[in-house]
Design a protein around this ligand. Sequence first.
Ligand SMILES: *[C@@H]1O[C@H](CO)[C@@H](O)[C@H](O)[C@H]1NC(C)=O
Length: 409
Amino acid sequence: MQAYNNLSLGAAYFWMLMIIITTSCSLFESTNGAAPAYSINVARYGARSDGKSEASKAFMKAWSTACHSGRPAVTIYVPRGLYMLKNVVFTGPCRSRIVFQIDGTLLAPSNYWELGSSGFWILFHRVNRMSIHGGTIDARAHSFWACRKSPGNNCPPGARSIAFSWCSNIVVSGLTSTNSQMKHLTFDHCNNVLVRKVKIRAPSSSPNTDGIHIQSSSAVTIRGANIMTGDDCISVGAGSRNLWMERVTCGPGHGISIGSLGDYANEEGVQNVTVTSSTFTKTQNGVRIKSWARPSNGYATDIVFQNLIMNNVYNPIIIDQKYCPGNQGCPHQSSSVKISSVTYKNIVGTSATAVAMNLYCSKNNPCRGIKLQDIKLTYHTRSPTSVCVNARGTSSGVVIPKSCLGRNY
Ligand SMILES: *[C@@H]1O[C@H](CO)[C@@H](O)[C@H](O)[C@H]1NC(C)=O
C-alpha cells in the first residue's frame, strides 16, 4: 500500500513535470513562430550576384514558392551582391505574409530597350500583406534620359522602378531607389500602406523622375523619406484619400504636389491629405495643388500643410488651376476642379522668388475655406508678396507675406 502510494505520487510528479515541459516548449515555439522563421534565399533558386546574369527567373521562382507556402510568414532573402532583373511581376494574393529582406542591389538591364513598353520594371500586383526591408534598386537610366532629351530620338516610353497596383497592407522600409527611368515608387489602387525611411536619388535634370506617386489609393502613410530627384518628390493623383506624410526632405525636385487633377472630365477627388514636419531645399515648389484648366468633376478637400521649412524654394505655397502646358487642349478654359478646406500652418523659411504665396484658383470654381496661420517667409532681406486669384478664406496669427484672400462665402 505504502509502495503503491509512493508510486502514484511519483507518477503524478512525473506527469506534472511533463506538462510543464510541454507547455513551456510550445510557448517557446509559438513566440518563435511569430517572427518570420521560414526563410528562402534567392541564391538557392539560381540567382547569381554578379550583376550580369539575369536573375528574374530565380526571383520569380522564389516568389512563387513563398506565395504558395502554407506557412503564416515567409522571408525571401536577397543576400549582398548585384542582381540584374528584367521586368518582373510579383502577383498575389498569397497564402503567406511575405517579407522581402534585401541586402543586395537590384539592377535594371544596362540596355534600356530591354525593359520594353510595359511601363514598369518591378511590379507587385494584387499582393496583400507584404513588407520590403532594405535593398537598393538602381534602374541605371542615364542613357534613357539622354535619349529622351535629344529631339527626334526614338525612345521607349519608360518604366516606373517599383510599382504596386491593387495591393493592401504593404510596408516599404529602408529601401533606396536610384536613377529610375520614370517615377521611382508608385501606388495605384492600394490600401493601407506604410513607407518609411526610404531614400530616392536621381539628378535634378532627369525628366519625370517623380519620387513617390500615389494614385487611387487610401490610408497611405509616409514616415521619413529623403528625396532628391528631377520631378515631384511626392505626387498625389486623383482618387486618393487619407494620406499622411511626415519627415519628408525634398530637394532638388519639384516639391510635394497634389495633381495634376482634372486630367479627365470624370475623375475621383482627393480628400484628407496631411503633409507635416518636412523640409524643402531649393525646390521648384514647396507644397502645390494643381489642376488642368478644363472641365472635370474632380476635387481636392481637407488638405493640411503644416510645420514646414522652406529653404530658397521658388514657389513655397502655390495653387495653380490654370495648368495648361504648351497651351495644348486647354487654352482659354477654366478649371472646374473644386478646391476647398486647405490649411497652411506654421510654414517658415525663405522664398527664392518675390511671390512666396501664389493662390491662383479657378474663375468658375473659386477655392474656398483656405486657412493661413503662422506663416513667415522671407525673400532675401525683404518681405515677399502674395497673389490671390479667386481664392477665399481666412488668416490668423502672423502671416508673411500678407494674406490676400477674399472673404469666405
Ligand atoms: C484622415 O487620414 C488620416 C491618415 O490616414 C487618418 O488617420 C484619419 O482618420 C483620416 N480622417 C478621416 C476623417 O477619415
